[in-house]
Ligand binder design. Structure first.
Ligand SMILES: NC(=O)c1ccc[n+]([C@@H]2O[C@H](COP(=O)([O-])OP(=O)(O)OC[C@H]3O[C@@H](n4cnc5c(N)ncnc54)[C@H](OP(=O)(O)O)[C@@H]3O)[C@@H](O)[C@H]2O)c1
Length: 261
């Protein structure tokens, strides 16, 4: 199988390249601003370029991770451009838990998006368009992505705050973190499965940003009590991933398990 990965220099993109390489998949990385060996340059905002790149690579599958949180053209229109150009390639689109707004109970796949941020709205628009263009595409909503090598936003924030830089963790901001390796492995499985439509691919444990930050601090030998916290606006968004987990061999681990010191 030839697989095109967009956003290949990103946190998830890099992990997908590693995991796919281990599975002997022929991966073509699509990078935006930092060149990668054997890769193709791609700006997903440019519809003609997206079409030409996909025509020349001729992938059997595409995992579309590229986005820019504050840019509708990249996140929404970019996803539309990829879906329009995908042709017969199997498409897996990475979406987010913030297509939903805060709620005390977990969200299931069949529930309609209700975003409260421009980023969430851009992803919800992309999901809707992709479903209309390629009804057999997989839409994989995920939550906070955490790695092991300090590259994720959450790990970097822990280091900065533990070093005394200004800022704080919100105690009321609750999500279902996932390890980047679990996510990459699950996406590759979904790519090769007969699953279509919306899937939830997040960790099984809901944690506040502060609880997550403390677990990262302990793993990294930092003082968890040194992390400042404030309540902030309550914002609880949980994805129920049990339906997707049931069809995966990859086990989506809880953050307290993958961050155990
Ligand atoms: N990180 C999380 O906690 C989290 C949580 C939920 C969902 N997600 C979703 O997971 C996916 C991957 O997230 P990530 O954390 O791996 O992202 P990331 O590390 O920020 O990487 C984003 C990638 O997109 C590329 N990109 C930006 N603009 C582009 C453009 N116009 N054309 C082509 N590529 C472009 C970037 O390349 P340049 O840097 O060269 O521009 C980069 O490689 C995203 O779709 C995101 O919505 C992430």
């Amino acid at each position: 199988m030839r697989l095109l990965v967009t956003g290949a220099t990103g946190l998830l993109g890099r992990e997908l390249l590693l995991c796919a390489g281990k599975q002997a998949i022929d991966v073509v990385p699509a990078y935006h601003s930092q060149a990668l060996p054997g890769g193709v340059q791609l700006d997903v905002r440019r519809r003609d370029q997206v079409r030409d790149v996909i025509r020349s690579v001729r992938p059997d599958g595409i995992i579309h991770t590229a986005y820019r949180q504050d840019d509708w053209a990249t996140t929404a229109l970019g996803a539309v451009n990829v879906a329009l150009a995908a042709g017969s390639a199997r498409l897996v689109f990475v979406s987010t838990d913030v297509v939903f707004g805060p709620r005390k109970t977990a969200y299931h796949e069949h529930e309609a998006p209700c975003p409260i941020t421009p980023y969430g709205a851009a992803k919800a628009a992309a999901e809707t368009a992709i479903h209309a263009i390629a009804s057999d595409a997989v839409i994989a909503r995920t939550s906070l992505i955490v790695g092991s090598d300090g590259r994720s936003v959450e790990e970097q924030r822990v280091r900065r705050l533990a070093a005394g830089e200004p800022g704080a963790f919100y105690t009321g901001n609750i999500r279902c973190p996932i390890h980047v390796t679990d996510l990459a492995s699950a996406l590759l499985e979904l790519l090769r499965s007969d699953v279509n439509g919306i899937t939830h691919v997040a960790g099984p444990e809901a944690l506040s940003r502060l609880e997550l930050g403390r677990l990262i601090a302990i793993r990294d030998g930092l003082n968890p009590e040194a992390l400042p916290s404030i309540p902030g606006e309550p914002s609880e968004i949980q994805l129920d991933s049990r339906r997707t987990q049931a069809v995966l061999r990859t086990r989506l681990r809880a953050a307290s398990e993958f961050l155990a010191a």
